[in-house]
Design a protein around this ligand. Structure first.
Ligand code: IMP
Length: 430
């Protein structure tokens, strides 16, 4: 058996979709363990462009099995839409996709509450408005509804009634209790029968897969800096994208995690509000956004762009234990000179080399930059490390040293072929 976790080590959108797709060829099972349809994993497959939100991207590879683990929050309507989208494109899903019965459901009122909080509170997060935060709040508040409860009509109606009554004062702006109940129940019967064949006991599924020595790839959504514990709290998502989340979100014993690969962009982006010390609010930031096509795969929002932040990535590499990294979008930096890397922060007259855990210092952090010469000419299409211009290679080496991990591959474009596989001991080398 061999298990690999692929995790983002910035603020999400590092290009995990392509990397999971590339490595997924060597997996038997691909598992999502946190998040929900807030994610947007872009994959080019057979010349076609796919954006997956909830279903692991392993589904695009014939013969692979996929699991949505108990740590994911599942919007039944969104899941049905995604399954139908894939089946229309002749990708068979039934019999290959499984959903843990302990995963919590996102219902219409979670989406309403997400919007309400975003529109009216002072602490706007810039969420995807998919109901993720409110669904996780219910989970830890012990009022959540799991898939198993959702499939049990008597119990579901009881729990729904209790939750609607509890949330009624907040929900009244969206209509009467009766209207909201009607909305939640509108497609309930058809969704329930649609979902039933996909549902399994998650930990049992994972345990049996591990016991029969299957190769399992865990696909994280979002990124370490959006982790509810280790990210820029409160400007984070409501789950644990870090590798430690795998055990909680799937039922795999932490003792059985073999490798962790971090995915990191050659510069930094973030969507939504919150601290971003290396953000470029100038023409260069705009140029990175255009050249890197930095627009949210889920919401279409423009992503904020900035220099590579080695302080944040080193923090993420340590938490994940990601000794291996995949570097993405190096080609977007073609012609940018000089290249800057944040190697520390200055906060209140002090130099900080570690990512601060409190919001005030995160907001006040001013990067201390190291400059390197940029590289020129097109590097797209290169497949060997030696082909890269010397200054590109120096940049890559410097990043490795600063963050304390080795690159196993460098991605120079969206398709599978546009990748340099480095000569390394990375056990899942494609
Ligand atoms: P939520 O996950 O919708 O609650 O949003 C919380 C924060 O995480 C917001 O800043 C979102 O923009 C961000 N976020 C959520 N999912 C993603 C993602 O897949 N990529 C990048 N940012 C994300």
């Amino acid at each position: 058996m061999s298990t690999l976790v692929v995790v983002g080590v910035q603020w999400g959108d590092e290009g995990k979709g392509k990397i999971v797709h590339l490595l997924g060829r060597r997996a038997d099972i691909v598992v999502r363990y946190q998040g929900g349809n807030n994610a947007g994993h872009t994959v080019i497959f057979d010349g076609k462009h796919f954006v997956l939100h909830l279903i692991p991207s392993g589904i695009l590879q014939p013969g692979k099995k996929c699991l949505i683990g108990n740590g994911v929050v599942v919007d039944p309507e969104a899941l049905q839409e995604e399954i139908q989208f894939l089946e229309k494109r002749k990708i068979r899903v039934e019999g290959r996709l499984f959903v843990a019965d302990a995963a919590h459901v996102i219902l219409a009122y979670h989406r309403y509450l997400d919007c309400l909080r975003e529109d009216t509170s002072h602490g706007k997060i810039g969420t995807t408005r998919r109901g993720i935060g409110p669904a996780y709040s219910d989970k830890v508040g012990r009022t959540g509804i799991r898939i198993a409860d959702y499939l049990n009509p008597g119990l579901f109606r009881l729990l729904l009634e209790r939750n609607l009554r509890e949330k009624a004062p907040l929900l009244k702006r969206f209509g009467s209790l009766r209207e909201i109940r009607r909305h939640v129940l509108k497609r309930y019967n058809s969704l329930r029968s649609f979902l039933t064949p996909y549902v399994v006991n998650g930990p049992e599924y994972i345990y049996k897969a591990a016991a029969s020595r299957k190769r399992i790839l865990f696909e994280s959504a979002q990124g370490t800096m959006l982790d509810v514990d280790f990210g820029t709290y409160p400007y984070v998502t409501s789950s644990n994208p870090v590798a430690g989340g795998v055990a909680i979100g799937s039922g795999l014993s932490p003792a059985r995690i073999d490798e962790v690969l971090g995915v990191v962009k050659a510069y930094t982006t973030r969507v939504g509000e919150g601290p971003f010390p290396t953000e470029l609010k100038d023409a260069l930031g705009e140029s990175l956004r255009q050249r890197g096509m930095e627009f949210g795969a889920t919401t279409g929002r423009p992503r904020r762009c900035g220099w590579f932040d080695a302080v944040a990535v080193r923090h993420a590499v340590r938490i994940n234990g990601s000794n291996w990294l995949a570097l993405t979008k190096l080609d977007v930096l073609e012609g940018v000179h000089p290249l800057k890397i944040a190697v520390a922060y200055r906060v209140g007259g002090k130099i900080l080399k570690e990512f601060p855990s409190d919001r005030q210092r995160q907001a006040e952090a001013v990067p201390v930059y190291e400059e390197m010469p940029g590289f020129h000419g097109s590097i797209r299409g290169m497949t060997r490390y030696e082909q890269l211009p010397v200054h590109a290679r120096r940049y890559v080496k410097r990043l490795e040293t600063l963050v304390g991990a080795k690159f196993a591959m460098i991605s120079l474009g969206r398709s599978r072929e546009e990748t340099i596989i480095l000569d390394s001991k990375f056990p899942w080398k494609p």
